[in-house]
Design a protein around this ligand. Structure first.
Ligand code: ZN
Length: 217
């Protein structure tokens, strides 16, 4: 214990005696450090100049044109149907969803979710727009019917056909013959030969007039 105190005492005495030199030493180190920092910073300053010069020749790479082309997305053209009948359009029963209408065959008031285009049994029903046949079926109320998938949730329906002339999975164009007008839909028999044309968007009935050209009503 005593030795320790003695040592501490010696150290204190040494520090007191040499304090002047110690402070001088610290100051010299500090000045040296400042000079070093100053020199290093000076060295760095000239470096950016050549770096700044580099981008100037680059404008020769003024070919951002291909880059500009990428954001240009094609504007989707609105879908316009052709009439689903090859011959003259004769609307026998119109699309009515906001109120009920008299169904002469069923003798009830109901909405009518499509347009009935009537004609002769020799007249053909045709695809209103290009797509893929997704259903060719028959039931007593709707008769022979065909559904065409046009993509993006858009589907067209053709009911009361004679024997369909297309098969499931078949690619069709606007105007492809689907079958003849007929009275196969017993729910609409009294209307005579016709095609019941309906349009679905995302599984819901929409007005065919949203897609038919103006003035076809
Ligand atoms: Zn109908």
């Amino acid at each position: 214990m005593d030795k320790k105190y003695a040592k501490n005492g010696k150290t204190k005495a040494f520090l007191k005696r040499n304090m002047y030199y110690i402070i001088m030493g610290v100051c010299i180190l500090a000045i040296g450090a400042m000079i070093t920092v100053a020199l290093l910073t000076q060295d760095k300053t000239p470096v950016p100049d050549p770096v700044q010069n580099d981008p100037i020749p680059d404008p020769a790479g003024n070919d951002p044109d291909p880059v500009d082309n990428n954001p240009e997305e094609p504007v989707p053209t609105p879908i316009v149907f052709r009439l689903p009948v090859a011959n003259e359009a004769n609307v026998q029963m119109d699309y009515v969803m906001d109120t009920v209408v008299w169904w002469s065959t069923l003798k009830v008031y109901k909405v009518h979710n499509g347009i009935d285009f009537a004609g002769a049994e020799t007249d053909t029903a045709v695809a209103a727009y290009k797509g893929v046949v997704r259903k060719v079926e028959y039931d007593a109320l709707n008769g022979h019917y065909v559904e065409i998938d046009h993509g993006n949730g858009l589907v067209t329906y053709y009911g009361s056909l004679s024997e369909p002339a297309v098969a499931v999975g078949q690619q069709v164009e606007a105007g492809t013959v689907l079958g003849n007008l007929s009275t196969s839909a017993t729910a609409e028999m009294k209307l005579g030969p016709h095609v019941h044309f309906a349009v679905y968007k995302d599984g819901k009935v929409v007005s065919p007039y949203d897609y038919l050209p103006e003035g076809d009503k």
